[in-house]
Design a protein around this ligand. Structure first.
Ligand code: KG4
Ligand code: ZN
Length: 335
């Protein structure tokens, strides 16, 4: 079964074709990240406008690269939330129009379920159940993936998402947007022990909190500025990256140990972080668990992951009609 996936929940306009949930035939993206960088973060109105301008060409390019026409597609899958509502609505309305015009089934896909499905495209042998840390710009969850469409949230951030913390720290260090890759690059030449940053307390055993960590970085930078001193950007980037990835890895490994999970995974934009990946490689080995990492190119937003998850939603009978609406917030365990 060939599914055309559409994703537009943040600043990337994406389309992809995936066969049977596992075989990537094409994936295309147009991004407004460079333009967003001028403003230090995503301006929702700009994201929506660029989606409208780009979505037709991106979808056509995905069909062309897959060597098929709309006739060769069996269904259209689309991110219907969570995300920036104006941005989500562009993809939802485009997908609805396409499904209606071509008389194809329409499959609504939850964005974070899509991030998890990027793992199916990377690891043909991976099947639920498994434990997954989903860390993106808007979410940080530890999720028990019980089946392809059944999810149980064990822990979550009580304030900022991990990616959001990277983005805010990057901004205060003058490193630009998106912050994750910029912080990683700056950290490469730094000493991760140079600054001692706090581990903020979160109530639940698998919950995380990053607001205090972000504030500690900001206070150090502002205090130095007030004294006319400079913060060593490489050292601060390395210290922050070390601290936040250590917290994420520790929570995921603790949850794996407590639940006896033998398969552990990460997904979402932050899953591209090499320090986090290395820390989990070591931790999983100690635990005797198998670690599955998504291919780097599939960690950030893309439509291949939406088409992949769409296959399993379709199999579970989760279809939408033309009344489908976008939603800004929605739990991964909504059904
Ligand atoms: O999943 P994603 O592409 O979009 C959302 O659904 O939010 O995640 C984007 C987030 C951004 O906050 C970005 O700074 C972060 O993922 N990110 C990273 C890295 N690459 C992207 N964070 C840490 N290290 C990276 N290498
Ligand atoms: Zn995402």
């Amino acid at each position: 079964m060939r599914i055309l996936g559409i994703e537009s929940s943040c600043d990337d306009t994406c389309a992809a074709v995936v066969e049977d949930g596992r075989r990537l035939l094409s994936t295309e993206t147009a991004t407004s990240a460079a333009e967003q960088n001028l403003y230090g973060g995503v301006v929702p109105e700009i994201a929506s406008r660029r989606h409208i301008e780009n979505i037709s060409q991106v979808a056509q390019a995905a069909l062309n690269s897959a060597g098929c026409t709309l006739d060769g597609i069996d269904a259209v899958a689309v991110t219907f939330g969570p995300g920036l509502i104006g941005a989500v609505l562009v993809g939802v309305n485009f997908a609805k129009s396409l499904a209606y015009a071509a008389n194809k089934p329409l499959i609504p896909v939850h964005h974070l379920r899509g991030h998890i499905a990027a793992l199916y495209l990377t690891h043909p042998d991976l099947e639920p159940p498994f434990l997954c840390l989903v860390a993106s710009g808007g979410h940080s969850h530890i999720v028990q993936v019980e089946s392809y469409t059944l999810f149980r949230v064990l822990g979550r951030t009580v304030d900022d998402a991990a990616g959001e913390a990277f983005d805010k720290v990057a901004r205060v260090l003058g490193l630009g947007y998106p912050g994750g890759p910029a912080v990683s690059k700056a950290a490469a030449g730094g000493n991760e022990r140079a600054y001692s940053l706090p581990v903020p307390h979160a109530a639940g055993p698998y919950d995380v909190s990053f607001s205090g960590l972000k504030t500690a970085v900001m206070n150090t930078v502002h205090n130095a500025q007030q004294k006319g001193e400079a913060v060593n950007v490489a050292d601060m980037a390395a210290s922050f990256q070390y601290r936040i990835t250590d917290i994420l890895a520790d929570k995921l490994l603790t949850a794996a140990r407590d639940t006896g999970a033998k398969r552990i995974c990460i997904a979402g934009g932050v899953a591209a972080n090499r320090t986090l990946r290395a820390s989990l490689e070591a931790g999983a080995k100690r635990l005797g668990a198998q670690l599955y990492l998504p291919e780097l190119s599939l960690c950030g937003d893309n439509a291949a992951m939406i088409a992949a998850q769409g296959y399993y939603e379709y199999a579970a009978g989760h279809l939408a009609d033309l009344s489908l609406n976008g939603v800004a917030t929605l739990g991964i365990d909504f059904c």
